[in-house]
Design a protein around this ligand. Structure first.
Ligand code: ZN
Ligand code: ZN
Length: 173
């Protein structure tokens, strides 16, 4: 697998530009979008050079989950530091651009918050969930489906709130 590509701006940032990294984890880094579309607009970059979200497979689900949790963690910490209320899920847009909306061919997850500070064009066009922008949840779900993996809650007794129907081992823990 190609880790880094010469001349790729996001590879350069992910591997060499520590000063602009707000967070760095095993598989990703977070930076500020240079052209923010709301009060908070972060980009989570994979450290590995993956050109487009269409190149992702089910094997990349742990990467996507790490990217999401790292971005969310940073948002929460930033809100807290600024004395603002904790993340309101309905106000959060988190996901990937799809062709032809991709400006840089290196995987980057957008995390935009809160939607109330987002401009009309971004909200209704360029970052509107649908063809050109897909939420992280949608992307993971589609990868699972394509690989024939079950939904994580399927067959999980924890989602059943009727304790009488739970198998003994599920009740024990
Ligand atoms: Zn790259
Ligand atoms: Zn984008």
């Amino acid at each position: 697998m190609v880790t880094s590509v010469a001349g790729c701006r996001f590879c350069e940032i992910a591997h060499h530009r520590k000063e602009v990294q707000l967070r760095s984890k095993e598989r990703c880094v977070v930076i500020e979008d240079i052209n923010p579309k709301a009060r908070y607009h972060f980009l989570v970059l994979s450290k590995t050079h993956i050109p487009r979200p269409t190149d992702l497979t089910a094997a990349d689900i742990p990467l996507i989950e790490e990217m999401e949790s790292t971005g969310r963690e940073l948002l929460r910490a930033t809100l807290k530091a600024n004395g603002e209320a904790d993340t309101v899920e309905d106000m959060l847009r988190i996901g990937f651009h799809y062709p032809p909306m991709i400006s840089i061919n290196h995987l980057h997850m957008h995390l935009i918050y809160p939607l109330s500070t987002m401009g009309l064009i971004s909200r209704t066009l360029t970052f509107r969930p649908g063809k050109v922008f897909k939420s992280t949840g949608q992307v993971v779900e589609a990868l699972r489906k394509a690989a024939g993996l079950p939904h994580p809650l399927e067959g999980n007794p924890a989602k059943n709130d009727n304790a009488d129907e739970l198998p003994a081992h599920a009740v024990a823990n």
